[in-house]
Design a protein around this ligand. Sequence first.
Ligand code: FES
Ligand SMILES: [Fe+2]
Length: 451
Amino acid sequence: MVAHIDKLVPPGEGVVSRSVFVDDEIFQQEVRQIFSRAWLFVGHESLIPKPDDYFVSRMGTDPVIVTRDRQGAIHVFLNSCTHRGMKLCRADHGNSRAFTCPYHGWSFSTDGKLVERPGELVGVPGFATHYKSDLNKKDWGLKRVAKFYNYKGTLWGTWDENAPDFLEYLGDMHHYLDAALDCRDGRPGGSVVIGGVQKWRVRCNWKFGPENFIGDMYHDVSHRSVDLIGIGPSGGKGRRDPLTGRMTIGFKDLGHGGIGRLPYYDEGEYQPLYQQHPDVERYYRELHEKRVQNLGDRMRVSHSVGTIFPSMSFHGRQPRTIAVFHPISSTEMEMWRMYLVDEDAPEEVNEAARHYYLRYSGPGGMTESDDMENWTGATEASIGEQARTMFFNYQMGLGHARPVPGLNGAVENGEYTEENARIYYARWAQFMKGLSWQDLMPSRAEGVESR
Ligand code: FES
Ligand SMILES: [Fe+2]
């Protein structure tokens, strides 16, 4: 297996076999080796604000239910009845104290007053008569994730009880994720999803998304039409307003990375955002002033685009969204987008943001459409018998990475580089080889705290 993976991603060469993007057996191995072990993003807590709220999500190819119990705790269960496998919850979201299976009527409860363990089997039709009370209900509760973590409202789970803690898994990449999740005035956390979740299928391998968002500045040319007309917040030319001083920063030991700035810098003058909406513009200017007050002249990263290995990406500012790439088959993924705003932002601000987000992202977003066309085209043209024997090239800037002082395990390689894609596929290879967590988290083996 190890030799096989080294043939797919030859170490240090900056190339990746095209079969990694089209082969069904490799896809099955990914589901087993990566999606059964890694921390996966399952949703945002603002989607389930009230007790008994739930929504359905995915972890790899498994459907899951994410629900908040009556006591306020959040749980993630496999969305499959333990009797004979029926999908328990067929609505996308709702509110329910118990989940009752439509097939034979078994029911499962999350109410901590009723059950010791949330997800326990509580109702079995004919328990006394047909089963003669001879079934240990405690053994047949819903399967639940081994570990769960709520990071500033984003919900994460893993099926692997040996996985490291989420914060260790995230490492110093948190600085960049924070750019999407913290309030615009610098308060930690406090972002919420507006408008629910957009979900759609794309006929491409799932890795094209995270690979793109981890740091592909080079593909700017494919957004030329959007850049010519201008869809940014201010209405000026381009798909976003000018952002300066960006570089790609990747976390070699973790497989995460993004485009942004170093964590602390002087943000300088306020850059107007929504000149066409004076009220909205005033709001953002005031937020900026509060931000300077709160954080001083050592500002935190305020814009970034990045990927948390393996399948979650985010935009930190323009727009401000979360993207998830669910694997469906080797040549199909289900893409999700959630759009973030500050929890206390006024309605007109959210409305202006919502319009921009939808111009940019989602199935009808003008920028996302360009990307999807590239990903589907690359998948389609790599399936053929000749094409699949070839390799993709990721050699830009190979050998020119430099460590980033102050960021644990990070390297940067300028603005235009394929360093982060190399980091991503090196991590992919480690997981696919089935390395133990001890080997996957070297900082842990050395007893070094990663943050
Ligand atoms: S499959 Fe759910 S009760 Fe039988
Ligand atoms: Fe793009």
